[in-house]
Design a protein around this ligand. Structure first.
Ligand code: NAD
Ligand code: DAU
Length: 351
């Protein structure tokens, strides 16, 4: 029986990971430590809240005594650190919280794990700390080429620089203490439970409410999209089979321009939900500051070493995703009420 400490499990990818793990394994224990920021939502985990394998703890990964107590109370085998401030636009407005959570929170977790797992001659067998990182740490690509694990780090936003900082600290714990760690760097995820500040759920929500669809700059920035379950599968594989100290890039070679994504959503909604939703809703707005032009992952290492392959192709995944939001309009309504409205109006007031 393995015990996982998952942080940020009430957010988008974390919640999908919790569901993925409970579907796949009967014999695990999972503790979810989440601060429940604006992005954390226990509704995402309703289906597991009474599961005897599951424990929820509300708290901050920066809270040293709480994190240390978790390691005392439970014999934790794996830490999977999803907890982060994750939205680039927010990081441009308020960088400090990104450094606090993403860098200092990571160090707090690493220290507590190290203290619990270290022995006189190394580390206890079978332990691992996995840092969920992002392709954004590599910066931006030109028209050709891909990010490999040896691409130099060159982050541009406060968000990506805080994630890169955290990655370097994680690596330092391997280099210095030989602490058992892995780092995964995944491309853009999409799927159920994504907070509608991010492109795909924001566009779906605005289409359904016939609000303008804000497209930054010329709409030709490229992201490499991966269905969230395929990311969860990769993390599970890296925990079980990843070579200690290694970084694994995760991506399924699915590059799309932003405008392509927006038009795909419009077309689906126009044909299946409301034919008054058309491309007339598209509104080109001021570009994001420091906007990375293109991301593209080379997943050769994880495929060849661990046998990971994405299972959900974009054409299938995007329809599944749009349908999920259509079937969960009440979820969308709840998460977009209150604070979200203030955020949205502030973010887009001049656009
Ligand atoms: P999210 O914003 O949806 O969720 C973040 C979760 O972390 C929330 O539940 C929030 O309450 C929690 N959290 C925030 N600060 C915390 C703190 N101080 N202590 C405890 N919990 C805290 O994020 P996401 O999109 O699910 O991303 C999860 C992780 O995956 C992040 O580390 C992100 O950098 C990484 N990542 C995301 C993507 C993507 O496309 N979304 C791609 C690659 C990597
Ligand atoms: O690449 C992985 C990263 O993907 C993760 O590390 C981040 O946590 C995650 O938020 C995501 O970052 P992006 O900045 O790529 O995602 P976002 O959904 O914010 O934007 C996707 C693209 O769409 C980007 O080029 C900006 C553009 N965009 C975004 C919004 C919210 C728009 O044109 N209009 C919008 O309203």
């Amino acid at each position: 029986m393995k015990t996982y400490l998952v942080t940020g499990g009430a957010g988008f990818i974390g919640a999908n990971f919790v569901h993925y793990m409970f579907k796949k394994y009967d014999n695990i224990k999972l503790i979810n430590l989440d601060k429940l920021t604006y992005a954390g939502n226990l509704e995402n985990l309703k289906a597991v809240e009474n599961d005897s394998r599951y424990t929820f703890v509300q708290g901050d990964i920066c809270d040293k005594s709480l994190v240390e107590k978790l390691f005392k109370d439970y014999d934790i085998d794996y830490v999977v650190n999803f907890a982060a401030e994750s939205h680039v636009d927010r990081s441009i407005r308020e960088p400090e919280v990104f450094v606090n959570t993403n860098v200092l929170g990571t160090v707090t977790l690493l220290n507590a794990a190290k203290n619990a797992w270290q022995t006189d001659d190394g580390f206890k067998e079978g332990k691992k700390y996995l840092q969920v990182s992002t392709d954004e740490v590599y910066g931006s690509l030109g028209e050709t080429g891909y990010f490999t694990e040896t691409t130099p780090l060159d982050p541009h936003s406060p968000y990506s620089s805080s994630k890169a900082g955290a990655d370097l600290v994680v690596k330092a714990y391997f280099d210095t203490y030989k602490m058992p760690i892995n780092i995964t760097r995944c491309s853009n995820n999409y799927g159920p439970y994504q907070f509608p500040e991010k492109l795909i759920p924001l566009i779906i929500n605005n289409c359904l409410n016939k609000k303008p669809l804000p497209v930054y700059g010329d709409g030709l920035n490229i992201r490499d999209w991966l269905y969230v379950e395929d990311h969860c599968k990769a993390i599970d594989m890296v925990i079980n089979k990843g070579r200690l100290g290694e970084v694994y890039n995760v991506g399924g070679h699915n590059e799309r321009t932003n405008i392509h994504i927006v038009k795909t959503v419009i077309k689906y909604i126009n044909e299946n939900v409301d034919d008054s939703v058309t491309e007339d809703l598209i509104k080109y707005v001021e570009d994001r500051k420091g906007h990375d032009r293109r991301y593209g992952i080379d997943p050769t290492k994880i495929r060849e070493e661990l046998g990971w392959e994405p299972e959900t192709m974009y054409e299938e995944g995007i329809v599944k995703t749009i349908k999920w939001y259509l079937n969960n309009k009440d979820w969308m309504e709840r998460v977009t009420s209150g604070e979200y409205k203030k955020y949205y109006n502030k973010m887009y007031e001049n656009k």
